[in-house]
Design a protein around this ligand. Structure first.
Ligand SMILES: NC(=O)c1ccc[n+]([C@@H]2O[C@H](COP(=O)([O-])OP(=O)(O)OC[C@H]3O[C@@H](n4cnc5c(N)ncnc54)[C@H](OP(=O)(O)O)[C@@H]3O)[C@@H](O)[C@H]2O)c1
Length: 255
């Protein structure tokens, strides 16, 4: 199956599309002829992404303001997304990390990581699924988890806990929503260089971590394309509740 062709004409909502992997996923969909709604808090950045999507030949492109941790903002964004027609695919990509030891995390930082990474996935997923169920339409959800939902390292205790919870929520939503024709899967990337982690990978501990990846390099956003398109399209029509790790072998590195 041509995975790029499989997304043509579909309407995809990507949260956290103002930078990094979210922007990459949005452009991947747009380049292959999808209609793309990009959502995040930084509107100026989203407008740049929309301009690029039009240049790439997307079948439609629009930006909507979204704070995934705010239920009113999520509801408004899901309504506004409808300007490009009903959604077919929702990509829960927005995420933040604390990047400091557990004993240095205060309550405000904890709340921000949990509200963005977990409550945000819950709000966007349930909002989209309710709309699909009520409209008797099928739908696809791709949750961007992390290999830190499957293993741990230092300075990301809250982040890792939220990503493990997202993987479990993926399975639970898949179980409940299969009857509505809604599939829910997770993609767990390994270390891909983006704004979220560029400073870390420039440091000596970051370089040491790269040496522990069996393939001895960071991932590039495009390394995720095959798994992303698989999960987002009918190529995975009998997959739901799954989590695919794409990590250069990091999870199987030697003890
Ligand atoms: N890079 C990696 O190595 C890696 C590995 C595994 C998993 N991931 C996951 O991939 C996803 C994207 O990460 P990234 O590396 O691309 O990071 P990034 O460049 O920092 O992008 C994070 C995105 O999330 C958005 N965001 C943050 N809080 C938000 C909120 N409350 N509401 C809406 N959007 C919000 C940001 O947009 P605004 O600030 O404009 O709102 C931004 O577009 C995350 O879920 C991350 O956990 C990344």
């Amino acid at each position: 199956m041509d995975l790029g062709a499989a997304i043509r004409g579909r309407h995809v909502l990507v949260t956290g599309a103002s930078s990094g992997l979210g922007r990459h996923f949005a452009e991947l969909c747009g380049r292959n002829g999808a209609r793309v709604t990009v959502a995040a808090r930084r509107r100026d950045r989203l407008e740049d992404v929309v301009a690029e999507l039009r240049r790439l030949g997307a079948a439609g492109a629009q930006a909507v303001d979204l704070d995934v941790a705010d239920s009113a903002s999520v509801a408004a964004a899901l309504d506004e997304a409808g300007r490009l027609g009903p959604l077919d695919i929702v990509v829960n990509n927005a995420g933040v990390s604390e990047g400091r030891p557990a004993l240095d995390v205060d309550e405000g930082l904890y709340d921000n990581v949990v509200d963005t990474n977990l409550k945000g996935v819950w709000l966007v997923s349930t909002g989209a699924a309710r709309r699909w169920r009520d409209a008797k339409r099928p739908g696809v959800i791709v949750n961007i988890a992390s290999i830190l939902g499957l293993g741990v390292t230092g300075s990301v205790s809250v982040y890792a806990a939220t990503k493990a919870a997202v993987i479990q929520m993926t399975a639970a939503h898949a179980l409940e929503w299969a009857r509505f024709g809604i599939r829910v899967n997770a993609l767990a990337p390994g270390y891909i260089e983006t704004e979220m982690n560029a400073a870390f990978f420039a440091s000596e501990p970051g370089q040491a971590m790269i040496r522990r990846i069996p393939t001895r390099r960071l991932g590039r956003p495009a390394d995720l394309d095959g798994a992303f398109l698989l999960l987002a399209t009918d190529a995975s029509s009998w997959m739901t509740g799954s989590c695919i790790a794409v990590d250069g072998g990091h999870l199987v590195s030697a003890l």
